[in-house]
Design a protein around this ligand. Sequence first.
Ligand SMILES: Nc1nc2c(ncn2[C@@H]2O[C@H](COP(=O)(O)OP(=O)(O)OP(=O)(O)O)[C@@H](O)[C@H]2O)c(=O)[nH]1
Ligand SMILES: [Mg+2]
Length: 323
Amino acid sequence: MKLAVTIPAYNEENTLGNVIHEIKELKPEDFEGKIDDIEIIVINDGSEDNTVKVAEEAGADIIVSFRKNRGLARAFRQGIETALERGADIIVNIDADGQYNTKEIPKLVKPILDGKADIVLGSRFKGWIEYMPLQKKIGNKIATWVTRIASGFPTSDAQTGFRAFSRDAAMKLHVLADYTYVQETIIQASHYGLKIVEVPVEFRKRRGDGKSRLISNIFGYAKRAGMIILRSYRDYNPLKVFGLIGGVFIVIGLYYGWRVLSYYLDTGHVGSRLPSAILATLLLIVGVQTVVLGLLADMLKSQRMLLDDMLYRLKKLEYGKKE
Ligand SMILES: Nc1nc2c(ncn2[C@@H]2O[C@H](COP(=O)(O)OP(=O)(O)OP(=O)(O)O)[C@@H](O)[C@H]2O)c(=O)[nH]1
Ligand SMILES: [Mg+2]
């Protein structure tokens, strides 16, 4: 069986070489003899430093380069596509900054090799964290909690960059965001009934210059990741989302409407309750329209499901069946 290790890298000349060297040390015995071919795929996302040179010198098998920086999620998607094209049976994604321990790749892959999982997440919070600044820890916890609610999967670390995918799972995921893929993939996977398993992993301090490439500002990250999670949740649960918003408008509208109606029944005129009557009407119109929007969005969801299924079948044809 073939394992592809995808490494998205943006200006990682200091750490990427070591990550590649370490992966090259892995042997078939580390995988109980079940993996006989390991291919390293680096996705250089328009780095301005010597990332490509370092990757070449360290012996990466494939280097895909974007001319300009296009974002981690796009690089991740490219990695998955290249791995599928190359006939990988299992794909492991690992960050280029050396924070994850490559020696744990066999542990990550095992549940898939044993047929017990479609996707494996390396959980830092179940494992060991050498260093994570407090604000990142809190941010990670919050984003994980939101992803749990949105996906229904009780993940302990939704932001982990250390993951393994079976070939079939990789073909089923269609990342739409460009900034980050981490939460969206969990929400999709859970929605499609893929079996997700978590294994504890190590998380080391960032070496090199120590600066995060992805997160320059935690609030900026929260905003962008939050939007991605909301969008994914809305796409898969339109009736719930629009129904809830519309429902709130309708309930408040009914409350004011009832007050006007009972006043009218008592006195025979609307009189001073006219503003309430107008407010109730407006609230009810907006509420009903929002619910109708939800019904339309639900129809779009059905279309999306069909498109997703077609895309999956198309990928199967394009990348060839590997049974
Ligand atoms: N393709 C691509 N990769 C990126 C980009 N930003 C970050 N990365 C890569 O994504 C991985 C994770 O980014 P990091 O900056 O380490 O993010 P982090 O691990 O959440 O933050 P730190 O704990 O500070 O390292 C690394 O391999 C980066 O090289 C980007 O814009 N494009
Ligand atoms: Mg990192």
